[in-house]
Design a protein around this ligand. Structure first.
Ligand code: HAM
Length: 473
């Protein structure tokens, strides 16, 4: 190929070549807190997607996608004006029509909005919805904390029984266990609006008496959002927090019964759990059950140990707050990036891959010579259309290089078309394991391949799904 000529075109009146003029002063960089998901990361995402598919199918959930952008007021009402998400982490904007919008920081508020807007109250209840996608929070970037992250989110709307909470918890537990991640559930009840008001008063009174002992943030929380006092991670506040009254002691009879119902069910499911009396979760819409999943690790130093892999709870008042009929609901959101980080840290600790083995392509199509290459490209398409799994690398001219790729991919057979075969109307089939080659009539290639692949895996074998090709698959 001739060497590329230096670009000589110039803008009239200017001596510099066009590319020099158009060149950016600085090469663009990834926006802080965002992440590219590179090809080598994709097998982890595929594994997560497969598990999501399996779980949502088994439990009868329907997929629901909401827009990336919503009215800002949805989040200030649903998530709460005094929460970290609304106060500090929202990506907001005013569009050209003057509307105040926000990039979605979580899914539940939009699901509640959609439930009302699409009259789902008239559907058979409960309505079980799942969604998977990107969320945006202007968080402080660090490992496991990004400004764009993804969640697998499930909601059951229209049913208030404890069995619903327990089933959702079991589903989330299964999500982690199917991926080989040992998780531990932290669970609490924050009661209904009435008993929470009683608890808030008790907690406020307790913290007022300890005001001089807590951090500035806690002093602020005491005035604005006392329940969040229990979220404080500052070392010096921990002794005070340890003595704080527990919300379970303020629960009304109905909330107490509900919580006991949930715990009894998860006991039966034999899910490892801890009752965490300080777990309140940082979103205003929760009532009664709240829960989080953490990585269960023997190593006290593990960086992932206390990071929530996912969380959820009941949101019985939200639909009414947004203008719908009173409708109980419960759900969870599991962080996909954090799940993948946990998966990788377990792989490092165990020195083995936790990803399921992907089926290899059955056939590699190799070629030698320009004419043979063009013919092989057509052949490759017809092999795929016949339902085989195949690979090729038409940018390579050397047979050695192509066979190396075929070996790397672990294919069973490579078919080789060269100039001579093209003239003879034949093709070579090479068994990659033993290296034996045979020449066959090209017209008989498909039946010969089918026979060989069926024979390799035994007649009627079902162990390798890709061994019995189906046309047009
Ligand atoms: P959340 O606890 O805010 O709950 O988020 C759920 C999960 O998303 C977290 O446990 C974490 O794994 C992941 N996550 C959150 N923020 C980030 C971040 N900045 N970077 C990486 N991962 C993150 C909710 O969003 C609720 N809407 C869940 C829910 C659904 N509750 C009821 N239904």
């Amino acid at each position: 190929m001739p060497r590329k000529k230096k670009i000589e075109e110039t803008t009239p009146g200017v001596d510099k070549p066009i590319i020099e003029l158009a060149k950016m002063a600085k090469t663009p960089q990834l926006v802080k807190g965002m992440k590219d998901i590179l090809p080598q990361e994709q097998p982890y995402w595929d594994a997560v997607r497969d598990v999501i598919e399996r779980i949502t199918r088994n439990y009868g959930f329907s997929r629901m996608d909401t827009p990336l952008v919503e009215d800002l007021a949805l989040y200030t009402h649903a998530v709460g004006r005094q929460t970290d998400i609304v106060e500090k982490e929202m990506y907001t904007m005013t569009d050209l029509g003057g509307n105040t919008l926000a990039l979605r920081p979580e899914f539940t508020a939009a699901i509640a909005r959609a439930y009302i807007e699409h009259g789902m109250v008239t559907h058979p209840q409960p309505v079980k919805l799942f969604t998977v996608g990107a969320l945006f929070r202007y968080d402080k970037p660090q490992e496991g904390r990004y400004r764009q992250h993804h969640q697998f989110n499930c909601e059951i709307v229209g049913e208030g029984k404890p069995a619903v909470d327990a089933q959702l918890i079991f589903m989330a537990h299964k999500f982690f266990s199917y991926l080989g991640i040992p998780s531990v559930l932290h669970i609490n009840s924050i009661g209904c609006l009435e008993c929470r008001a009683v608890y808030r008063a008790t907690l406020t009174e307790f913290y007022r008496s300890k005001r001089s002992l807590v951090c500035e943030d806690c002093k602020r929380r005491l005035a604005k959002n006392p329940l969040r006092l229990l979220d404080c991670k500052v070392e010096t506040c921990q002794p005070v927090k340890a003595l704080a009254p527990h919300i379970v002691d303020s629960l009304c009879e109905l909330c107490k019964d509900h919580f006991m119902g949930v715990l009894e069910s998860i006991d039966e499911f034999e899910i490892p759990y801890q009752h965490n009396p300080h777990l309140v979760r940082g979103l205003d819409y929760y009532s009664r059950t709240v829960f989080e999943f953490q990585l269960q690790s023997q190593d006290p130093e593990a960086s992932q140990k206390n990071i929530a892999l996912g969380g959820g709870g009941r949101w019985d008042n939200l639909i009414e707050v947004l203008g719908g009929q009173p409708t109980p609901a419960c759900g969870f959101g599991l962080g996909i990036e954090r799940t993948i980080l946990a998966l990788k840290s377990l792989e490092t600790a165990r020195g083995e891959s936790l990803l399921p083995v992907k089926p290899k392509p059955q056939i590699f199509v190799a070629q030698l010579g320009e004419q043979a290459k063009r013919r092989s490209m057509l052949l490759f398409e017809s092999i795929l259309d016949e339902g085989f799994t195949a690979a090729s690398e038409f940018s390579k001219d050397s047979l050695k290089a192509q066979l190396e790729i075929a070996n790397r991919l672990g294919v069973e057979f490579t078919i080789i078309l060269g100039q001579k075969e093209l003239i003879d109307g034949t093709i070579i089939i090479r068994n990659m394991e033993g290296g034996e080659q045979e020449v066959v009539d090209i017209k008989k290639l498909i039946p010969v391949l089918r026979k060989k692949l069926t024979h390799e895996h035994g007649e009627g074998s079902t162990s390798t799904p890709s061994t019995t090709p189906q046309k047009g698959r």
